[in-house]
Design a protein around this ligand. Structure first.
Ligand SMILES: Nc1ncnc2c1ncn2[C@@H]1O[C@H](COP(=O)(O)OP(=O)(O)OP(=O)(O)O)[C@@H](O)[C@H]1O
Length: 271
């Protein structure tokens, strides 16, 4: 697909989750807690969690957007909507381009087959062909440093070893639209340094990035724009420093600015 055709668009997109077994004393009006989406009731008086409300998002090739917001704000739901896992309950969502959703590093891995076979399966799960993955196998094997373990079934790996393999595969693909949920877990610091370099390169060759994270450093490294999601709505859309500053305060904004300066990326706002 030509770069100019790669797009993500949502128009007043809403996602509700009906909860049929909710134990609620009284839900006469919508309840807003500090964490989580808005709890309300639909026309048939079923309790619903309004995870996303009236999302209008328009992304094109080259956009790198971070999502910030409290627990349960709706970040993961938005990523799933953009990946086609959820349909909007109301409004619409149109995604043009090959999407690679990376939520859970372990998804698409089979414990009973070898590391090598898992490289192929996981890559195909992310939209690559078998041939493309075969061409990348050596390089992934080298990055993972798993040596002869790659011949062994995945169930014999430790958690960190699995993450190494999954990270190797995920960072080897060539997505048009990369949807990334932070969830990058148990690897040692030395390996993480290596992984970050590859992650940066992955983002650079991706058409569009949407990345949900609680790490300001990571957001500053990978994105140049941020959306603050608050109780299912876009509360703010702007430069990372500006949005993180509004969401978490001046200290966090200063932290973002430091990372941007270190990376030689100039901040879009000088607030
Ligand atoms: N499958 C589901 N069924 C019912 N409610 C759900 C479901 N998935 C998410 N929710 C609700 O939707 C809201 C948004 O959740 P979501 O996982 O998108 O938040 P988040 O911003 O990713 O949070 P966190 O930072 O904690 O990961 C929450 O109130 C959550 O309880």
């Amino acid at each position: 697909m030509a770069n100019s055709e790669i797009r993500v668009d949502t128009w007043d997109a809403c996602v509700d989750f009906p909860i049929f077994d909710a134990k609620t004393r009284s839900l006469k009006k919508a309840v807003i807690g500090a964490a989580g989406g808005v709890i309300g009731a639909n026309n048939s008086r079923t309790v619903v969690v309004e995870a996303l409300r009236d999302i209008n998002l328009h992304l094109k090739h080259g956009d790198r957007v971070g999502l910030v917001g409290h627990n349960g704000a709706g970040k993961s739901t938005l990523l799933r909507l953009l990946s086609g896992i959820y349909e909007p309950t109301r409004g619409s969502c149109q995604v043009k381009g090959r999407v690679a959703p990376v939520f859970d590093l372990g998804v698409g891995m089979d414990p009973e087959i070898s590391g090598y076979e898992n490289i192929l399966i996981r890559g195909m799960f992310l939209g690559m062909s078998r041939k493309q993955m075969l061409a990348k196998t050596d390089e992934i094997a080298e990055f993972s440093e798993l040596g002869e373990y790659l011949e062994m079934p995945l169930r014999t790996y430790s958690t960190g070893m699995r993450v190494r393999l999954a990270l190797g595969v995920v960072t080897s693909i060539d997505p048009e639209i990369l949807i990334l949920d932070e969830g990058i877990g148990a690897v040692d610091a030395e390996f993480m340094k290596k992984a970050r370099v590859r992650l940066q390169a992955l983002v650079e060759r991706s058409g569009i990035l949407v990345f949900a994270s609680h790490s300001n450093e990571f957001l500053a490294q990978l994105c140049d724009r941020a959306l603050w999601i608050d109780h299912g709505q876009i509360r703010m859309d702007g430069g990372i420093e500006e949005v993180v500053g509004a969401y978490q305060g001046p200290e966090s904004a200063a932290q973002v600015r430091k990372v941007l300066t270190e990376l030689g990326k100039s901040s879009e706002t000088d607030a």
